[in-house]
Design a protein around this ligand. Structure first.
Ligand SMILES: Cc1cc2nc3c(=O)[nH]c(=O)nc-3n(C[C@H](O)[C@H](O)[C@H](O)COP(=O)(O)OP(=O)(O)OC[C@H]3O[C@@H](n4cnc5c(N)ncnc54)[C@H](O)[C@@H]3O)c2cc1C
Length: 451
C-alpha cells in the first residue's frame, strides 16, 4: 500500500486525526527529529485497533508512540506511520484502578494517592503515558510498574487478549510487550488493571509531593531531555576490572548507576553543539534549544567510548531510537533478487549520498568522485535516480504494470512492492552503466563498521 492510500484509509476511520510529514520534534520531549511520513492520533480504542489492523496489512513501517519522552528520532525523520493512542479514562474500584493506555502516568498516580491506594507514589513525576510505562516497566526510587500491574489488555495484531502479571514477563525496564516489538510482532497495550495496598491519602500525597519536588529540581519541567540516557548496570554482570573500581556505597540492590561510570570519565558539562550533559548529573543530556540528533549521537558515542576505554564494557542506551534502521517492508522477500536491487532498496536517500558516516570518513559522493574522475555521470544520475525511486515507490499504485527484468522472479510480479522495484531496476539498468560499482560502494559505506 502506498502512503497516499494508507492516509486515505486511516483518515476514513472515526475519531482520528491524520497528518502528513508531521515533525516528530513536536512530539518528543527532547524536541529532536525530522518528520514522520504519516502521523495518526486517536483517543478511541476501537479506532486504534482498526488502525493497527490496517497498518499490519499495509506493509509500511509503523510505530506506536506515547508522549515521546523516551524517544530519540533521527534528524531525517521516520519514513513510516506513527500512531498515537490517547484514550485516557481511569477509574478506581476498591483496591484497583482500571486505566486506558493513553492516560498519563501522573493522572494514575494522582488518583491512587487521593484514593488512599498505596504503591504508586514513588512513580510520581515520571513523564509519559501508562501504556509506555508498562511497556518499559518504568520505575523510580525502588518501585516499578511491575509491582502494581495485575492484568493488561492488548492487541496482538490479530485479536484483543489479556495478560496476567506473570504473562507480562516484567524485568528491569522491560516486559513481554517490549520483547514482542523487538521480535517484530508488537503487542500494543490498550488498558490495564493495577492493584494497590490500602494507605493514608494525606501521607501518600505528602510523599508524592516531596518526590516530585526532588525530581523537578533534577529535571525542570521545561528541560528538553529524555530522563536517563543509559541503563544502570547490574554489578555481577560487569567485567572484574569495572566491578573492582566501583565503591561499595554506590551499589544499590545489586545495581550501579550508569552515572557513576560517566562521572568517572568526566561526562558532566560535556557539550556537542546544542546537546549538553548537565553539570549536576552525568546521565542526563539535554537539548539547549538548537541541538540535532546527529550531535546527540556523537556525544553519546563519545561517552560510550570513554567508559569502554577505562572500564572495558559498553553502556547501553535506555532511550529508544526511531528512524535509524527501518527497512522497507518486503525487503526480506527480496533475498532471491539480484544483489544490486537489494542494496538499492535499503533506504538510501539522495541526502545520504553526501553524508559523511563518521568524521574523516568519505561520503558515497566523494568515493564516486575518486573512483571515476572526470565522470560526473555517476553522481548526478544516481542522485536523480534515488530521488525518483523515492517518490515513485511512494506514489505507484499497487497494480503498476510490471516490466520483468530478464524474465526473472515471476512470483514477485504479484507483489505490490516488488513490482515497482522491478520497474525501477529496469530503468536503473538502462540509465546507469556503473550500477554495480555504485551498489557495492553503497554497501561498503552503509554496512562496514566504522573504525
Ligand atoms: C524528565 C524525564 C524523567 C524520566 N524519568 C524516568 C524514571 O524515573 N523512570 C523511568 O523508568 N523512566 C523515566 N523517564 C523515561 C520515560 O518517561 C519513560 O520511559 C516513559 O514510560 C515513556 O513514556 P512515553 O509515553 O513518553 O513513551 P514514548 O517515549 O512515546 O514511547 C516509549 C515506548 O513505549 C512504546 N509504547 C507507547 N505506547 C504503547 C502502547 N500503548 N503499547 C505498547 N507500547 C507502547 C513505544 O512504542 C515506545 O517504544 C524519564 C523521562 C524524562 C523525559
Amino acid at each position: 500500500m502506498s502512503f497516499d492510500e494508507a492516509q486515505r484509509r486511516l483518515a476514513a476511520l472515526p475519531s482520528i486525526q491524520v497528518t502528513r510529514n508531521e515533525p516528530l520534534s513536536r512530539h518528543t520531549r527532547f524536541a529532536l527529529g525530522g518528520p514522520a511520513t504519516l502521523f495518526a492520533d486517536t483517543a478511541d480504542e476501537a479506532t486504534f485497533v482498526e488502525a493497527l489492523r490496517l497498518l499490519h496489512s499495509a506493509r509500511l513501517p509503523w510505530l506506536v508512540i506515547g508522549l515521546g519522552t523516551n524517544l530519540i528520532v533521527a534528524d531525517r525523520g521516520y519514513r513510516g506511520v506513527v500512531l498515537r493512542y490517547t484514550g485516557s479514562q481511569i477509574e478506581a474500584t476498591g483496591a484497583s484502578i482500571h486505566a486506558q493506555a493513553g492516560a498519563t502516568l501522573q493522572s494514575v498516580v494522582d488518583l491512587s494517592t487521593a484514593a488512599g491506594l498505596q504503591g504508586m507514589e514513588s512513580l510520581t513525576g515520571i513523564p509519559g503515558n501508562l501504556g509506555a510505562a508498562i511497556y518499559g516497566n518504568a520505575g523510580a526510587y525502588g518501585a516499578s510498574l511491575s509491582d502494581l500491574v495485575r492484568r493488561v489488555r492488548y492487541f496482538d495484531g490479530d485479536q484483543i487478549r489479556e495478560a496476567d502479571h506473570a504473562a507480562c514477563q516484567f524485568r528491569y525496564r522491560g516486559s513481554i510487550f517490549k520483547q514482542s516489538r523487538l521480535a517484530g510482532q508488537p503487542w500494543l497495550i490498550l488498558s490495564a488493571e493495577l492493584y494497590f495496598r490500602p494507605g493514608d491519602p494525606a501521607a501518600l500525597q505528602t510523599k508524592a509531593a516531596d518526590i516530585l519536588a526532588t525530581r523537578n529540581r533534577k529535571y525542570p519541567p521545561e528541560m528538553k531531555c529524555a530522563g536517563s540516557i543509559f541503563k544502570n548496570l547490574i554489578l555481577a554482570e560487569l567485567p572484574a576490572q569495572a566491578r573492582a573500581a566501583v565503591p561499595p556505597e554506590v551499589v544499590k540492590g545489586g545495581k550501579v548507576p550508569a552515572a557513576w561510570f560517566l562521572e568517572d570519565v568526566g561526562a558532566k558539562g560535556l557539550t556537542n553543539g546544542g546537546i549538553r550533559v548537565t553539570d549536576y548529573h552525568s546521565n542526563t543530556l539535554y537539548n539547549t534549544g538548537n541541538g540535532t540528533t546527529a550531535q546527540f549521537l556523537e556525544l553519546t558515542a563519545e561517552l560510550k567510548n570513554r567508559v569502554r576505554a577505562r572500564h572495558n564494557f559498553t553502556l547501553e542506551e535506555e532511550v529508544q531510537k526511531v528512524g535509524f534502521d527501518e527497512r522497507p517492508p518486503g525487503l526480506d522477500q527480496l533475498e532471491s533478487t539480484p544483489f544490486i536491487l537489494q542494496y538499492l532498496l535499503t533506504g538510501l536517500t539522495p541526502e545520504e549520498l553526501h553524508t559523511r558516516p563518521a568524521e574523516g570518513a568519505p561520503s558515497i559522493a566523494e568515493i564516486l568522485a575518486q573512483m571515476a574522475p572526470g565522470h560526473p555521470f555517476a553522481l548526478s544520475s544516481l542522485e536523480s535516480f534515488l530521488q525518483s525511486r523515492r517518490s515513485l515507490l511512494d506514489s505507484l499504485p499497487e497494480e503498476a504494470e510490471v516490466v520483468v527484468v530478464g524474465g526473472r522472479t515471476p512470483w514477485s510480479a504479484r507483489d505490490p512492492l516488488v513490482a515497482p522495484a522491478l520497474n525501477l531496476a529496469e530503468r536503473a539498468a538502462q540509465d546507469l552503466t556503473h550500477l554495480i560499482q555504485i551498489a557495492e560502494i553503497i554497501r561498503a559505506v552503509k554496512y562496514y563498521p566504522q573504525p
